[in-house]
Design a protein around this ligand. Structure first.
Ligand code: NAG
Length: 270
């Protein structure tokens, strides 16, 4: 498919987003999005074609910084949450958690399409076309961040501040394992251990700030490019071809359940 030979400029004009063809100068998109609570958030999404990764980031109104990091080569996505502490409640300055999940192809557009994405009217407030609802994840493993490069080479840097609070799922690591090589299940699972075994109580159900409990954190990505749209046109020899000419957009929430050593590290869950 030779997109370059197509007269697609007219066609892409009907889309809010276009995939640039020639020089894609600036890297990264800034998108204004309205979340479920009605707040306007500013998301930045940047692709790195060299490392085949995408970073989506936004700050919630109360200050929490949410990062979604997709590592296509490792088939891993990481949700990093940086919560600012409330001094008067005796919390430390900030808390960082990393949630490592398996990434399925087609959950997000590819890095090369992402790096070419440009929006018309950048100030516009966007609404996602499709609501993918809320997925619940029980993260049963605590990841040893120092050894986590076997899961994704980016993890040790990305989750450097979440040494005690990086979580994953055994089912994901087993599904990603490849027998015999550097990603053998034995090697992968050495970078993580079961944690919170036997802890039944939800943090919201205990009043003891020092008690271990199961914490829940909900995080939402209110807008992301979840697929490509295709248009049909004719190439220079009048053959009908289809080519990518825009994006499909989605929103999705995830409810993370994970082990908290103390309720004091989970004060939002009440
Ligand atoms: C993209 O990834 C490469 C390889 O990891 C890295 O060297 C480079 O600095 C990254 N580029 C940006 C803009 O972050």
């Amino acid at each position: 498919m030779n997109v370059g030979s197509l007269k697609i400029i007219k066609d892409i004009a009907v889309f809010l987003f276009a995939l640039c063809n020639l020089a894609c100068d600036v890297n990264g998109l800034v998108i204004n999005v309205k979340n479920r609570g009605g707040d306007i958030l500013q998301e930045t999404i940047a692709a790195n074609v060299t490392s085949d990764t995408i970073t989506l980031e936004y700050q919630k109104t109360e200050g929490t910084l949410i990062t979604q990091f997709v590592d296509f080569a490792s088939e891993i996505q990481v949700f990093k949450v940086l919560v600012l502490g409330e001094e008067e409640r005796g919390e430390s300055q900030f808390q960082v958690m990393c949630f490592v999940l398996r990434f399925m192809k087609n959950e997000f557009i590819a890095t090369d399409a992402m790096s070419k994405l440009r929006q018309k009217n950048p100030g516009t407030i966007r609404n996602a076309e499709e609501d993918k609802g809320t997925e619940q994840h029980d993260l049963d493993l605590c990841v040893d961040v120092g050894q986590a490069s076997v899961i994704s080479p980016h993890l040790p840097v990305l989750c450097h501040d979440a040494k005690e609070t990086t979580f994953a799922r055994e089912t994901d690591l087993k599904a990603l394992a490849k027998p015999g090589g550097p990603k053998d299940a034995k090697v992968m699972l050495k970078a993580a251990h079961k944690c919170g075994v036997g802890v039944q109580e939800r943090c919201k159900d205990t009043t003891d700030w020092w008690q271990p409990c199961t914490c829940q954190y909900q995080l939402c990505i209110s807008w992301y490019p979840c697929g490509l749209k295709y248009c049909r046109g004719k190439d220079s020899s009048q053959k009908v071809v289809s080519y990518r000419c825009g994006i499909k957009t989605c929103k999705k929430c995830r409810l993370m359940s994970y082990y908290s050593k103390q309720k004091i590290n989970c004060l939002w869950d009440e």
